[in-house]
Structure formats: structure tokens, C-alpha cells
Design a protein around this ligand. Structure first.
Ligand code: TA6
Length: 285
């Protein structure tokens, strides 16, 4: 597909769609259909964190960018099946790419027939609307005459440069499940991350602000029922072979998700969205 701002690169045998638009630069991997890099003209650093040890071979999920967890979030009830489902493990076809001087809209379709389980009753398309901000729309279609249940997340890794100088606001007072203790609690007004955090906040309208040395990120979305916040901290980072040991200091995951049980009725569809804006400047220290 010839497109004015998009070119196809091969890296370690994998296809990477490299985009250079007057307003932004971005990279999307064919493996996982995953946005792995994004910078607008005002930013000096990538908005998204990518582990220095991320595998781009296509042999596993790429550690960083915005992996797509689908058709389940977290571990499967069948321990033989991969955590966070198949979408980030499969190849995706580039199906459309439209642009004008202000933005680009890129759509990819997941090759579900390559999954180890039968997902032929569904279709999955991700749409990236990129300008000086990011919109990710994850579109599921139920092509059967049966009701289906899925869970999903847009598992975005933010490059915040220094976790010690980052504050997360917008989740104060909200109930959350602490996945580390499997207990329920209530969110702090301004969350400072100084240890491992793995939380599922119950909300469908939160607007989160990451106030960081790499700028102030405003994270919102639509049709989510939860927001996941994760930082593995030092010990867990060391246990992951594709996570560079000190990487936990530069990243935080903030994910729009459906983790509370999403039903898609026969022949219906559902779109989960995440929107990311960046305001220049950061907390004064
Ligand atoms: O999004 C939080 C989480 O579910 C954590 O529990 C942690 O497992 C993280 O996802 C990363 O999972 P992954 O399978 O990508 O290593």
C-alpha cells in the first residue's frame, strides 16, 4: 500500500510501518498490530516506552508501546493459554491508511485464523487516529448468532522518564482491586509510584493525568469499565527477560480496559477507545 507518509521497514524479519507526518512520527508493528513509538513535533522524547530488551522477532509480545490484550485481559481460565489473549501475538494486515495535512487514520485487522484457538466467530480491527495526539480504537465484531463475553485492554506503556518525579491524578476516591493482594481499596487523589503497583480501578469516565518529566499526559477514552495502572518495580522487572532491569524507572502503564465482563450480543460490535494528549511542561520539582 503506497501512502504519502508511510513506509514499510523490515527489522529482524518483522514488518514495521514507519510514519513521518508533518505533525508526528510513529511506528506500528505488523506483529501485534501495535503502536510502538509516537512523537509529535513538540516532543523531544517518545511518548511511549519500549523496553531495550523488547523482542521484535515476532516470537512474543513486544514489551512496550501499546500492546492489545484481547479477547481476554490477564491470565486465561485455561492455564495452557497465553496471558492477555492472542491479539498481541498475531500478525495484522494493514487494511487502510488515510491522511491529510492534519492527521492520519491507519486501520489494521488481526489475522485471527492464525490463533491456536478458534476465534473465527469474531473480527478485530484496530484504528489509530494520529495527529498531535493519539486515539486508539479497538473494534470487535461478534459475527455469530450467539452472545459472547470478552475482556480487553489497551495496555499502553508511557515513557515518563523518571517515575520518582511522576504523579498520577484523576483516580482519587475510585474503588480499585489491588492485584498484588487481591483486596479492594480506594484510590489516592495523587498517586505517587514508589513500589510495585498493579491496580484495576473501576471507572467508566476517569480522565487521568500523568504529570511527568516527559510532559503532562492526559489519558481518557470511551466504553471502558476500568483503568489499569501497573509498574512492576525493581524485583518484578528483573524477573522479566524482556524488561530491562532499570526500565521500571522510566515507565508506567495506564490502560483503558473492559475487565468487568463485557457482553457482545449476536451480530453486534463494540469499540474500546483510548485517547492520549500531551501538554508541554512537567511538575516543578
Ligand atoms: O496490566 C497489568 C498486568 O496485568 C500485570 O498484572 C502484569 O502481568 C502486566 O499486565 C504485564 O503482563 P505481560 O503478560 O505483558 O508480562
Amino acid at each position: 500500500m503506497r501512502q504519502k507518509y508511510l513506509k514499510t521497514e523490515m527489522i529482524e524479519g518483522q514488518v514495521l510501518y514507519s510514519i513521518e507526518h508533518p505533525k508526528f512520527k510513529a511506528k506500528i508493528s505488523q506483529h501485534g498490530g501495535q503502536l510502538v513509538s509516537f512523537m509529535d513535533t513538540s516532543s523531544k522524547q517518545d511518548w511511549l516506552w519500549l523496553s531495550r530488551k523488547a523482542s521484535l522477532f515476532g516470537d512474543r509480545a513486544i514489551r512496550g508501546g501499546a500492546p492489545i490484550c484481547w479477547p481476554w485481559f490477564g491470565p486465561s481460565s485455561n492455564s495452557q493459554l497465553p496471558q492477555h489473549g492472542y491479539a498481541r501475538l498475531l500478525s495484522w494486515d494493514l487494511i487502510s491508511c488515510e491522511s491529510d495535512e492534519n492527521q492520519m487514520m491507519i486501520r489494521l485487522s488481526c489475522k485471527l485464523d492464525e490463533a491456536a484457538i478458534d476465534l473465527s466467530h469474531l473480527s478485530l480491527v484496530v484504528e489509530y487516529i494520529l495527529s498531535d495526539e493519539i486515539t486508539i480504537n479497538l473494534h470487535t465484531e461478534n459475527q455469530t448468532d450467539k452472545t459472547i463475553q470478552i475482556s480487553q485492554a489497551i495496555h499502553t506503556y508511557f515513557n515518563i522518564e523518571n517515575i520518582s518525579n511522576t504523579e498520577v491524578s484523576g483516580l482519587g476516591g475510585l474503588p480499585f482491586l489491588d492485584q498484588l493482594t487481591n483486596s479492594k481499596s480506594e484510590g489516592e487523589r495523587d498517586l505517587v509510584i514508589d513500589q510495585e503497583v498493579d491496580r484495576i480501578y473501576e471507572t467508566n469516565n476517569a480522565i487521568i493525568e500523568l504529570n511527568s518529566p516527559n510532559g503532562i499526559f492526559e489519558i481518557s477514552g470511551s466504553h471502558f469499565d476500568s483503568v489499569v495502572v501497573w509498574n512492576p518495580w525493581q524485583d518484578k522487572a528483573k524477573l522479566m527477560s524482556d524488561f530491562d532491569d532499570m526500565g521500571y524507572q522510566q515507565m508506567i502503564c495506564v490502560e483503558m480496559a473492559n475487565t468487568q465482563g463485557l457482553t457482545i450480543y449476536p451480530k453486534k460490535d463494540f469499540t474500546l477507545s483510548q485517547r492520549i494528549k500531551r501538554k508541554v511542561g512537567s511538575r516543578q520539582y
